[in-house]
Design a protein around this ligand. Structure first.
Ligand code: G4P
Length: 282
């Protein structure tokens, strides 16, 4: 995905979200488990204040489990409800409803005391592009999703997906914008493939990835590419080019090919389950 955000986009997205948030009880915020910090926009805390909050650490299938656990504790300590998941898999979707109910317990009890029964919790999904918002809505809502759209005579405006008698979901997710001003955030978003050809080119991205892996996950590159993990990332990139026979027309080692190969291997999880960020306390 290739996206760019301009002040106009952000203002529009923010205004839309401010309107939508008025209609809901719970914000379901999706982040990428490999970069929970960089894939968040902290403005959501202001936009979603006074709302119940659930953070879904998505693409957990690609992230380092130990790091994901640390992030889950970190967010829990801050008062969020948190679930790590692979939104492509339907497993575990049932437990999401239980957690939503748990997160909104106070409201449900308050309603009951006032004699209000069967008023479902209303929720909306938010997140920056490419974190898996649509995938999650499809997996979670499943058939209910299609039904709503096909009903004749549905009123224009907001569409709600009735998941069960307890939960309704706004059918369009809220789109948050990434915090591009921070260069590290841009780099990490590029590494996971959320932004392309921006911030850095692939050669530079690969060098940054190598530097990170040598320090945070020593041995991973040595094992996958059968090379020696020396300190100089360019030498390591050369090692990858040699190991994978990345050659240019003149039969010379082609660093750019090696860079693309390395980044693809990282993004698709072939280097293993790796996370790029630790929570602040760790
Ligand atoms: P968005 O609405 O937030 O923009 O994200 P979307 O659901 O379109 O998902 C973006 C990409 O991430 C999709 O891949 C999707 O399959 C993938 N994805 C979503 N959730 C998960 C997850 O938990 N684990 C993994 N590994 N991938 C996930 P794509 O390459 O754009 O499309 P496709 O490969 O599904 O065709």
């Amino acid at each position: 995905m290739n996206f760019q955000w301009y002040p106009g986009h952000m203002t529009k997205a923010k205004r839309q979200m401010q309107e939508d948030i008025k209609l809901i009880d719970l914000v379901v915020e999706i982040v990428d488990a490999r970069i929970p910090h960089s894939s968040r926009n902290p403005d959501i805390d202001e936009l979603g204040k006074n709302k119940y909050r659930l953070i879904l650490m998505n693409k957990a299938d690609l992230a380092d489990k130990k790091t994901t656990d640390k992030w889950c504790s970190y967010f829990k300590n801050k008062g969020y409800f948190v679930v790590a998941l692979d939104a492509r898999s339907k497993n575990g979707m049932k437990s999401i409803t239980d957690i939503i109910m748990e997160a909104c317990k106070e409201k449900i009890e308050r309603d009951l005391k006032r004699g209000i029964k069967n008023r479902p919790v209303r929720a909306m999904v938010v997140g920056i592009p490419n974190v898996g918002k649509s995938t999650f809505i499809n997996s979670y809502a499943g058939k209910a999703c299609a039904k709503t759209g096909n009903k004749p005579g549905v009123t224009k405006g907001k569409q709600w997906i009735r998941l069960n008698k307890n939960v309704e979901l706004l059918d369009t997710p809220g789109i948050l914008w990434p915090k591009f001003e921070d260069q590290m955030v841009g780099l990490r978003l590029a590494l996971i493939g959320s932004i392309k050809d921006e911030i850095l080119n692939t050669d530079e991205l690969a060098v940054e990835l190598i530097k990170f892996l040598l320090q945070a996950y020593p041995g991973v590159l040595a094992e996958r590419y059968e090379l020696e993990e020396v300190e100089d990332p360019i030498q390591v990139l050369m090692g990858i080019a040699k190991s994978r026979n990345c050659l240019s027309k003149g039969n010379e080692l082609d660093y750019s090919k090696a860079a693309i190969l390395l980044i693809d291997d990282f993004r698709s999880g072939k280097l293993g389950k790796l996370s790029l960020e630790l929570p602040p306390e760790a």
